[in-house]
Design a protein around this ligand. Structure first.
Ligand code: GAR
Length: 206
């Protein structure tokens, strides 16, 4: 597919970047309809920035301390993404709550991945929450970002994984992560192909 025809994707990260890597790997396939054009981190030493550089993708650190409040920081993100003509933003382990200034700018064009079957276990430590609740099944969710409190927004794709009796947070996280790496590139592909329709809270796949 010619580069100019591909959906331009920005990825927001804070840490390790394994989901970013799944998106970079998908982008490197010539028949994939989207390409990551910029990766932005709120943490200077995020390993995800190194993954972007290794893939030849622009890697930016935007320091929250340079801004007076959350909204000013979020508007700086909007500005960086808009300048690069990004058509979709993917939060991939981006550990900040985004203000309405941001969610409005990218309404219907921002996704997040979360390590649970939402609406169960939103927020931090979703895998630990599942273990603490004695859940037998948990999983991964890709959803559109809306202006709800945390990890709300219309659900695009989900995958379930079993919770095994001897699971630790680490073993459960690894099982969920394998599903995340499959789901996120698939959700981006569906969006890029114009196959997602949102009606109210429901996302249908055409
Ligand atoms: C992933 O498990 C992602 O689902 C989670 O952070 C991890 C980031 O890993 N996100 C959240 O919990 C958001 N609420 P990664 O940096 O290796 O992609």
């Amino acid at each position: 597919m010619p580069a100019g025809d591909r959906l331009r994707v920005g990825v927001l990260v804070s840490g390790r970047g394994s989901n970013l890597q799944a998106l970079l790997d998908a982008s490197s396939r010539p028949d994939y309809p989207a390409e990551v054009v910029v990766v932005i981190s709120d943490r200077e030493r995020a390993a995800a920035l190194d993954r972007a550089r290794a893939a030849g993708v622009e890697a930016l650190f935007v320091n929250p301390k340079d801004f007076g409040d959350r909204e000013a920081f979020d508007l700086a993100l909007v500005s960086e993404l808009t300048t690069r003509r990004v058509g979709l933003v993917c939060n991939a382990g981006f550990m900040r709550i985004l203000s309405p200034a941001y969610t409005r700018a990218f309404a219907g064009r921002a996704m997040n991945i979360h390590p649970s079957l939402l609406p169960a276990f939103p927020g931090l430590h979703a895998q630990r929450q599942a273990l603490d609740h004695g859940a037998k099944i948990t999983g991964a969710t890709v959803h559109f970002v809306d202006d709800g409190p945390v990890d709300t927004g219309p659900i695009i794709l989900q995958a379930s994984v079993p919770v095994e009796p001897d699971d630790t947070e680490e073993t459960l996280s690894a099982r969920i992560l394998a599903q995340e790496h499959r789901l996120y590139p698939e959700a981006v592909r569906l969006f890029a192909e114009g196959r997602l329709a949102v009606v109210g809270r429901r996302v249908t796949i055409r």
